[in-house]
Design a protein around this ligand. Structure first.
Ligand SMILES: Nc1ncnc2c1ncn2[C@@H]1O[C@H](COP(=O)(O)OP(=O)(O)OP(=O)(O)O)[C@@H](O)[C@H]1O
Ligand SMILES: [Mg+2]
Length: 321
């Protein structure tokens, strides 16, 4: 089927260098801004094929971690290693973002970064072209290899737009799409680079409940159908609990917990971190969710206030890179 998006084929899974199934590994990552330590000795081990969520109150260091993994920030200390399917390993520390992207890590941003005046298709084609490049001279002269590259990126863009369910919107301007569609378009753009690891920074922020459910389904399909490992920052606890295999919790730049969604939800340090960050009127909501979790009623947080309640405060325009 022409619209099918296939798993990336960079060699056999389980190559020798990949014996323990680790796709991304970081240790001792420390990032400082002047006197502020945004990441303090952070370690991370991501297994190939898993959905790993990163949660924590506002300012905990979640986006700083993504920025450090993808080359937007250069931590002063630490080690970050990516192990592609094809084997071998690449240090990511201090690599430029476009290099990290070519290696196989793609991301979306907390604050949507699309070209609003370009169509959905054009936005995705630009990303696809980063993989399927013909040189600038070939493009200018319209040489056959440039035309081939153009056709290939067009095809790739159609594939991923179909995968995320935006095929009927490809000619609309990105800026005129609904918020949920813009979030999906950002994901399509990231997928167009054919990543092994996809980093999603609050993909559900600003979306409505229906869009959140669609997004949940999309993340699951990206993981299971495309075999892409997903690192997910998200404040919506219902979404986290339903799609994540494991959860890592940050607070003030430190990793304070890690485990299965239900383990983390019951962890006293995690509850304390969120209670500490919550406004008075939110504490009652948090306490209610904890009590529900303790009583064994599902995952709790079904109303989206959850332990992430404090995180739902407006954060637009806050990202600094
Ligand atoms: N470029 C920067 N310059 C100065 N301080 C920064 C910079 N980037 C991040 N920080 C600081 O690092 C800390 C962590 O910020 P970060 O954006 O990583 O938090 P976050 O967990 O993503 O929060 P949120 O949930 O609000 O998005 C904050 O104190 C923030 O002010
Ligand atoms: Mg953030």
């Amino acid at each position: 089927m022409s619209t099918e998006v296939r798993k990336t084929d960079r060699g056999p899974a389980g190559a020798a260098a990949d014996a323990d199934g680790t796709v991304l590994e970081a240790s001792g990552v420390t990032l400082r801004f002047g006197g502020l330590t945004s990441l303090d000795d952070i370690g991370l081990r991501m297994r190939r094929g898993e959905v790993l969520a990163v949660i924590g109150p506002n300012g905990a260091g979640k986006t700083s971690l993504f920025n450090s993994l993808t080359g937007a920030y250069v931590p002063q200390e630490g080690r970050i290693v990516f192990r592609p399917r094809a084997g071998g390993e690449h240090s990511l520390l201090g690599r430029k973002p476009h290099v990290v992207s070519r290696l196989g890590l793609a991301r979306t941003f907390q604050n949507i970064r699309l070209f609003g005046a370009l169509t959905a298709l054009e936005n995705v084609k630009i990303a696809a072209e980063t993989r399927l490049t013909a040189g600038p001279v070939s493009v200018m002269l319209g040489l056959p290899n440039a035309r081939r590259a153009e056709r290939a990126s067009d095809r790739r863009a159609h594939e991923v737009l179909s995968f995320v369910g935006l095929l009927d919107r490809i000619n609309e301007l990105a800026g005129s799409l609904s918020y949920g569609d813009q979030r999906r378009l950002e994901i399509a753009r990231a997928l167009a680079t054919d990543p092994e690891v996809l980093l999603l920074d609050e993909p559900a922020a600003g979306t409505n409940p229906t869009e959140k459910l669609e997004l949940e389904e999309l993340i699951r399909r990206i993981n299971t159908e495309l075999g892409v490992s997903v690192l997910l920052i998200e404040h919506d606890m219902r979404l986290v609990m339903s799609v994540a295999d494991r959860v890592m919790v940050l607070n003030f730049g430190r990793r304070i917990a890690e485990g299965s969604p239900s383990e983390v939800q019951r962890d006293p340090a995690v509850i304390e971190a969120y209670l500490g960050a919550a406004a008075e009127d939110e504490k009652a909501a948090v306490a209610e969710v904890v009590a529900e979790a303790e009583a064994g009623h599902g995952t709790g947080a079904d109303d989206g206030t959850g332990t992430g309640g404090s995180g739902e405060r407006a954060r637009d325009g806050e990202e600094r890179e």
